[in-house]
Write a protein that binds this ligand. Structure first.
Ligand code: AMP
Length: 174
């Protein structure tokens, strides 16, 4: 493992049975709360995409924390992909399956200029439903997904397969 993946692994906290029985929740709050670790993580992501992307998308909610910091580091704008009903302007919407029921996320219709190169950031790639829906929103809005960056990939859930040929980078894979 690289230095940054070791650092991330040491700062994530496992919370069993949250938000429901059987889920091992990966808590990012200790990682975000540690200044040197958070800074190293943000710089690691930013240097990978310097000059390659035009805008950063953060997926609600932990993707906002990372996405905003990476966008700032790259001196780029940050576009929020939000849970349905939160964005005030005209939106595009994508539904995706959760273990029980469905979820919906949205982006503003005018969030991108045509062809903009987009870096999509989230904390965890699990089944891939959230990241796929975010990528579809970016594409429907007329921009292109240059890469999807996650801090942690739960490989046993095979989320990568849903993301087709879009490049995915995970700092840590379990
Ligand atoms: P999925 O759509 O199944 O890939 O789930 C990804 C989204 O759910 C991410 O935005 C994560 O924040 C959250 N998530 C899924 N599984 C976990 C987990 N085990 N620990 C923490 N967050 C998770």
């Amino acid at each position: 493992m690289s230095q940054i993946s070791d650092l991330v692994a040491s700062k994530l906290r496992d919370i069993p049975d949250f938000p429901k029985p059987g889920i091992l929740f990966k808590d990012f709050t200790p990682l975000f709360a540690d200044g040197p670790s958070f800074g190293a993580l943000v710089r690691d992501i930013a240097q990978r995409y310097a000059g390659q992307v035009d805008v950063v998308v953060g997926i609600e909610a932990r993707g906002f924390i990372l996405g905003a910091a990476v966008a700032y580091e790259l001196e780029l704008g940050m576009v929020p992909v939000r849970k349905a009903g939160k964005l005030p302007g005209a939106t595009l919407k994508e539904s995706y399956a959760l273990e029980y029921g469905t979820a919906e996320i949205e982006v503003h219709t005018d969030a991108f200029t045509p062809g903009q190169r987009v870096l999509v950031i989230d904390d965890v790639l699990a089944t891939g439903g959230t990241a796929e829906a975010a990528a579809l929103l970016v594409e429907k809005a007329g921009a292109q997904v240059t890469a999807i960056e996650v801090v942690l990939e739960l490989a046993f859930l095979d989320g990568r397969t849903r993301l087709a040929d879009r490049p995915v980078n995970a700092i840590l894979t379990v």
